[in-house]
Design a protein around this ligand. Structure first.
Ligand SMILES: C[S@@+](CC[C@H](N)C(=O)[O-])C[C@H]1O[C@@H](n2cnc3c(N)ncnc32)[C@H](O)[C@@H]1O
Length: 351
């Protein structure tokens, strides 16, 4: 004889089933907790102080001015920026040679792939404008999280400064934008960038620290804009292809480039790079391409290994950076690409 189930019995069944599932889940959770030691090393997270002292992210310059190895990542990253500014003649080889506040006129900077704020602050401090009215900075980055971190870092610094030399908020504009495609910029970005060409700024620079090889379809649109619309000189850290590299290494490095989200032909030889700068409006006679591979690849590869060993004592892995370390070690041994500082000056105006 078939029985009938009332609506009340059905609802009761659902409640009992749900309670049973909850009890079973809680019992399982408790069992798992009991078999795991909650006091391992995971509390390293609780011991970090924020904001972090730095959030640099470039290949670094791993030698001090007197040729000693650099031990720390932030120092190497800052060192690479210092080396670029020295090659461009903005900083002297020693602090006594620095042009500094007195003799420099108004300066404007378009900084591509500026990172998390360290580069913005360091650039402003190295340039030491006469006054903050004499300094204008526009930074462009693809990454929204990095833009937020950089903005926080900058505003924190602005808020904490108290003297007359304090950084001025109006001098800085940070945007999320694809610097490789100026035609994709909205009106606010276009206006801010074009304002860098105001005639009050006698010295204008395009800065690109460790990002140009990502530019797709190529570096050309931004070089053209900087040279032709802004009349800005360029200083950059970049990777170029060694013209002596074997075809196998060249093929391999192009595949690696693709895996790093770079265009297939991003790595140019020195001659191709110069031709591109000239085509975009830079003066061939004033182009400097300085090979600093010996102070970059081995240093960063060995730092990544040291950092992995140091962090592994706390149960932390550097993850994907391990693979990056092997790649930089290969760059160092094979010399397939060179780490270079590039300085270009426009034809019209030589500073
Ligand atoms: C290796 S990091 C260098 C960051 C910074 N310069 C530093 O030294 O800390 C490369 C940066 O370039 C940015 N980038 C890459 N392609 C870009 C593009 N087309 N436009 C703007 N930023 C870009 C990335 O978002 C990343 O932040």
């Amino acid at each position: 004889m078939a029985g009938t189930v009332s609506g009340r019995d059905f609802a009761l069944g659902i409640v009992v089933g749900a309670v049973a599932a909850l009890v079973l889940g809680a019992a399982l959770f408790a069992a798992v907790l009991r078999t795991t030691d909650i006091y391992s090393l995971g509390h390293w997270k609780l011991n970090l102080r924020t904001p972090f002292n730095s959030m640099w992210m470039n290949l670094g310059y791993w030698k001090t001015s007197d040729g000693q190895p650099v031990q720390h990542f932030d120092e190497a990253c800052l060192g690479l920026l210092r080396e670029i500014l020295t090659t461009a003649g903005i900083l002297g080889r020693s602090s006594a040679d620095d042009c500094g506040a007195k003799s420099r006129g108004a300066v404007s900077v378009l900084d591509l792939g500026f990172g998390c704020g360290d580069q913005t602050l360091a650039l402003a401090r190295f340039i030491q404008p006469r006054s903050w009215q004499d300094f204008r900075y526009v930074g462009l980055t693809l990454n929204g999280s990095q833009l937020q971190t950089a903005s926080r870092t900058l505003y924190r610094e602005l808020a904490s400064a108290s003297d007359s030399q304090a950084l001025n908020q109006a001098s800085f504009k940070l945007f999320r934008a694809n610097a490789a495609k100026p035609t994709s910029w909205d009106a606010a970005i276009r206006d801010a960038v074009h304002a860098l060409a105001d005639e009050q700024f006698a010295e204008r620079w395009l800065v690109a620290l460790d990002c140009l090889y990502h530019f797709s379809p190529s570096r050309k649109p931004i070089f053209q804009l900087a040279a032709q619309k802004l009349d800005a000189n360029v200083m950059a850290f970049d990777l170029i292809l060694n013209e002596q590299a074997s075809w196998k290494d060249t093929l391999l490095v192009r595949i690696v480039g693709l895996m790093m989200s770079c265009p297939l032909h991003t790595f140019l030889t020195e001659d191709q790079y110069k031709d591109q700068l000239v085509e975009c409006g830079y003066d061939r006679d004033q182009i400097v391409i300085r090979d600093i591979s010996g102070s970059v690849f081995a240093g960063v590869a060995s730092y990544l290994q040291r950092q992995d060993e140091a962090l592994s004592q706390y149960g932390i892995s550097i993850g994907g950076f391990k693979l990056a370390g092997r790649l930089f070690d290969w760059f160092d041994r094979s010399k397939v690409v060179k780490a270079v500082i590039v300085v270009g000056r426009t034809k019209v105006k030589s500073l």
